[in-house]
Design a protein around this ligand. Structure first.
Ligand code: PLP
Length: 402
């Protein structure tokens, strides 16, 4: 068999493996060191009570003849689809139809699998720095050419940095697909409606598709900031939106997400709603009934109150990080509508050098910006997913070494 040479040629999953290697080595050399981790991208607070109760009830149902559920509907149960539409869209004045919602086991798999809809030679654009899945899934499919000096030959990079206020420029050459993630991982920044509209207008004018990753939308604290790209007129003709219960409701280990593919969305005369449905029905057999019940429980009044308590807890951590760093004269970005604080490294340090400095002198772990793409060099990501106590302690230690 001839293997997929694009997959074989992928650079090693460098970032988190390298972070783990350096931390492990430091811990081995300094067994007494009490390392505080602000590199965590996973939630740490337990599932909310409403979701746990729904999971338990559904598990009991599954043990009875009347309540047993085998394979579910291909694209998810209506009770969850209806709860999503009412809670996340109708409430914000956005109309979404039942047949436009596809329940899945994760936004990561959806954003990774959506590239199966694109032609082999589609030109891909990403904001830089970026959540690596968009890039890697297209590289594995052979769309990005060779990887040289930390860059993919055929990838269109849209740099975001302090100079442009983390507002990505429109592609300078014709892009077929643009990946946008807001609130952004890793920079924690958001786009206004007007800034997002510029991308929708570009996509409509250039027959391009936007894959909009809204995995962190629950962190948005300002009514004026769009939670969905479908709040922008015209987006139904050019965008697919991926959402997740992972960060909204702590489902990282429970697994449930959804993707919206509008009926009007056509590329090359074909309905992408039909193509995605065809793809999912062939390769995916659905999310378990108890998990879909748990996800639906997130939309009950108790569920909403409980998940917001967790989100507020993380928001407070982000505020502690931001405020501490700013007091020390460090430029920080994000961390208001996001669990991620993006900071400029002091004195223009390289991001890996700053990583080593923090690990050795403060015993604090973060994530070097360069690992998210070339424009991440000179930046560093701290996350709000530790406990408040550890977050305060970590910030104090960071300030002591700055
Ligand atoms: N999208 C972004 C931008 C993320 O940062 C993450 C997880 O960190 C995901 C998607 C993954 O979501 P899920 O847990 O639903 O696969």
């Amino acid at each position: 068999m001839n293997i997929n040479t694009h997959l074989a040629a992928m650079p090693a999953g460098y970032l988190f493996a390298e972070v783990a290697r350096r931390v492990k080595q430091y811990q081995a050399e300094n067994p007494e060191a009490d390392i505080l981790r602000l590199g965590i991208g996973d939630v740490t607070r337990p599932l909310c009570r409403a979701a746990v109760d729904a999971l338990r009830r559904a598990a009991e149902e599954m043990g009875t003849f009347e309540g047993f559920h085998g394979y579910g509907p291909d694209f998810g149960y209506d009770f969850l689809i209806d709860a999503i539409i009412a809670g996340d869209y109708t409430a914000r004045g956005v109309e979404i139809g039942r047949d436009e919602v596809f329940i899945s086991d994760g936004a990561k798999s959806d954003v990774g699998n959506l590239q199966e809809l694109f032609a082999a030679d589609a030109r891909i654009a990403v904001t830089d720095p970026v959540y690596p899945v968009y890039v890697d899934s297209n590289a594995m499919a052979g769309r990005l050419g060779a990887y040289r000096d930390g860059k993919w030959e055929k990838l269109i990079y849209l740099p975001t940095n302090a100079e442009n206020g983390f507002v990505p420029p429109l592609p300078g050459e014709k892009a077929d697909v643009i990946y946008l993630c807001y609130p952004n991982n890793p920079t924690g920044t958001v786009l206004t409606k007007a800034q997002l509209k510029a991308f929708v207008d570009y996509a409509l004018e250039n027959d391009a598709l936007i894959i909009y990753d809204a995995a962190y939308k629950a962190f948005i604290a300002d009514e004026e900031i769009p939670r969905s790209i479908f709040e922008i007129p015209g987006a139904r003709r050019c965008a697919i939106e991926c959402c997740s219960f992972s960060k909204t409701a702590g489902f990282t280990g429970t697994r449930c997400a959804y993707t919206i593919v509008p009926r009007e969305l056509k590329m090359g005369g074909e309905s992408l709603n039909r193509l995605w449905g065809r793809r999912q029905a062939t390769k995916f057999n659905g999310v378990s009934y108890p998990v879909q019940r748990a996800a639906a429980a997130v939309y009950t009044p108790e569920g909403q109150k409980q998940i917001m308590e967790n989100i507020d807890y993380y928001r407070e951590n982000a505020r502690v990080i931001r405020r501490g760093l700013e007091q020390a004269g460090i430029r920080t970005f994000g961390g208001v509508h996001s669990p991620y604080v993006w900071m400029k490294t002091p004195d223009g340090m390289k991001s890996w050098d700053f990583f080593d400095l923090l690990l050795r002198r403060a015993q604090v772990v973060g994530t070097p910006g360069e690992g998210f793409g070339p424009s991440g060099e000179g930046y560093f990501r701290l996350t709000a997913f530790n406990t408040l106590e550890n977050t305060r302690a970590a910030v104090e230690r960071i300030l002591n070494v700055l």
